[in-house]
Design a protein around this ligand. Structure first.
Ligand SMILES: *[C@@H]1O[C@H](CO)[C@@H](O)[C@H](O)[C@H]1NC(C)=O
Length: 219
């Protein structure tokens, strides 16, 4: 991934110094310039972080997380028929962090579906997708996030305070998504098992899911 991006970056620099390509040069050079220009666009839209997951997946993660957080904040969120109270102070959107993405990518790249150890102030959600027909990353940012959020829809949300009972009701991924004091997220994705499985790992700072604390403070 990294060498490709470096290459594209170099190509984009070539295309930016456009004068190299204009003025009495053969038409084939112009075509090359156009192609290089297109490549530089591709490299710009390719990922949020150098060597990171596709920008389209970053958007998938952020949109689902932040839509949920904004809805909870506004008091319009319904968890299995129960309308949750609005937040006392607005719940901030999560923003993407390249260092956290790198850290989460290292977890995904182990191709072992298990939480990492010794995280420093990082929460962590994991997801995996398998298909014998082969897998791609396409749409998995949204799919992973939807799957975590569906815990609230399936199991409800009995208490804004994260008690043991709440945690063990099976909503721990959803509460990390909603955790008001988490403001940064980064996620990695790895293709595993000979191309038949993707492992997705997201990490959050500050770490959420502190037992005995509120997911957010209600009005
Ligand atoms: C928060 O995220 C949501 C969903 O992505 C977006 O619609 C909204 O504009 C964001 N709000 C701010 C303040 O960035």
């Amino acid at each position: 991934m990294l060498p490709l991006c470096t290459l594209l970056g170099l190509l984009s620099r070539v295309s930016l110094s456009h004068s190299q390509c204009s003025g009495g040069i053969p038409a084939s050079m112009h075509l090359l310039c156009t192609l290089l220009g297109l490549l530089s666009l591709v490299s710009l839209s390719h990922s949020q972080c150098s060597g990171g997951i596709p920008a389209s997946e970053v958007k998938g993660f952020l949109d689902v997380h932040n839509k949920m957080r904004q809805s909870i904040s506004a008091g319009t969120y319904v968890a299995k028929g129960k309308k949750m109270p609005a937040a006392k102070t607005p719940i901030p959107n999560l923003t993407w962090d390249c260092e956290i993405e790198k850290s989460a990518q290292a977890v995904a790249s182990t191709c072992v579906f298990a939480h990492s150890k010794n995280r420093k102030n990082l929460g962590e959600n994991l997801y995996t997708y398998m298909s014998s027909a082969g897998v791609s990353f396409n749409g998995l940012g949204k799919a992973a996030s939807d799957s975590w959020e569906s815990e609230f829809k399936d199991y409800g949300w009995s208490d804004i305070k994260l008690t043991n009972a709440v945690f063990s009701s099976g909503v721990g991924h959803a509460t990390q998504m909603a955790w008001a004091k988490s403001t940064k997220i980064g996620c990695g994705m790895a293709t595993c098992n000979g191309g038949k499985q993707v492992i997705v790992a997201c990490q959050y700072r500050d770490a959420g899911n502190m037992l005995g604390e509120n997911v957010y403070d209600p009005k």
